[in-house]
Design a protein around this ligand. Structure first.
Ligand code: IPD
Ligand code: CA
Ligand code: CA
Length: 299
């Protein structure tokens, strides 16, 4: 990275890990160009040879560069889990997009510090995060206390103060979809904002919240490989990350709400209302709509 509008700090991990993420992203571009078979992990949860090959590449590169660091990867890597440093690796966040040639996916690498006295179920401290979008050649990077960066530019969350003027994002699970209520939240936030995007890569949604393209992002049931890097990016860019009730976010939280901070309390109180069934904005059911349309056509 070269200097942009602010002096780039003396990063500890980013230079090494950014190079790994760029190499991984280049492999994803090659796989995309040559085409890959899609397999089902279950329901509509897909995986490709690219997910596995790129996790293997990242695991190997991290081991060469940082041999003492642990790796916890979506595609099954569990190495040196007893160590003080642990990388959460999503080699391809946005696999469904990738499998369809929809160019919204990334590599996500987040580093957690886990001192030896930490209980196994407790969260450590996020130290570094890198998210690389190989289709736009955008590298998002953050280190604790050193800000968040997009290529050579320091980034900050947006200053939009109200949900009504915000563009927000969400995602939907690929497992047990019928048990998830998120479509109701999608509806409510759509009616109360400039719109809700559902672009299919949670890590990029978080990175885009960090750089102000989105005011907020929420989702149910994400995993640490989806969120570790993005959460540090959002907080280092001046935003806030909690669960839907406003409690501190934990890596095993089943809910994540990340925002520019300014619209956070408004969103938390809307979640409270929605969970309680209060103040919902009604829209016609398809049957009601069809009946009105038929009446209009008849008249
Ligand atoms: C998925 C993406 C998607 C989100 C899903 C995730 P994957 O990750 O982040 O945006 O809605 O919940 O599982 O499977 O493509 O790595
Ligand atoms: Ca993911
Ligand atoms: Ca993935």
């Amino acid at each position: 990275m070269k200097s942009g509008d602010a002096a780039i700090p003396d990063f500890t991990w980013i230079p090494t890990v950014a190079a790994i993420a760029r190499e991984a992203g280049a492999r994803l571009r090659e796989f995309l160009a040559q085409g890959v078979e899609t397999e089902y992990k279950g329901d509509v949860d897909v995986v490709t040879a690219a997910d596995r090959a790129v996790e293997k590449l990242i695991r190997g590169r991290l081991h060469e560069a940082l041999p003492e660091h642990g790796v916890f990867g979506e595609e099954g890597t569990r190495e040196r889990m007893e160590g003080e440093f642990r990388w959460y690796v999503d080699p391809l966040d946005g696999t469904t997009n990738f499998a369809h040639g929809f160019p919204q996916f990334c590599v996500s690498l987040g580093l957690e510090h886990r001192p030896s006295a930490l209980a196994p179920g407790d969260d450590g401290t996020l130290l570094a995060g890198v998210i690389y979008d190989p289709m736009r050649d955008e590298l998002f990077a953050a280190e604790r206390g050193r800000g968040a960066w997009l290529n050579d530019r320091r980034i900050q969350v947006s200053r939009t103060p109200d949900l009504a003027e915000s563009l927000v994002a969400t995602g939907f699970p690929s497992r047990k979809r019928h048990l998830n209520p998120n479509v109701h939240f999608y509806q409510e936030f759509t009616l109360r904002s400039h719109g809700v995007r559902r672009a299919g890569s949670a890590a990029l949604d978080l990175a885009w919240t960090a750089c102000g393209r989105l005011e907020a992002f929420w989702e149910f049931n994400l995993n640490p490989w989806d969120t570790a890097a993005g959460i540090l990016l959002v907080t280092e860019a001046g935003g806030r990350v909690t669960d839907f009730a406003g409690n501190s976010y934990r890596l095993d939280s089943r809910e994540v709400l990340a925002s520019n901070g300014l619209i956070h309390n408004e969103m938390v109180s809307l979640f409270q209302d929605m969970f309680a069934g209060r103040n919902l904005a009604p829209i016609p059911t398809p049957q009601e709509f069809a009946a009105r349309r038929a009446a209009r056509n008849a008249g």
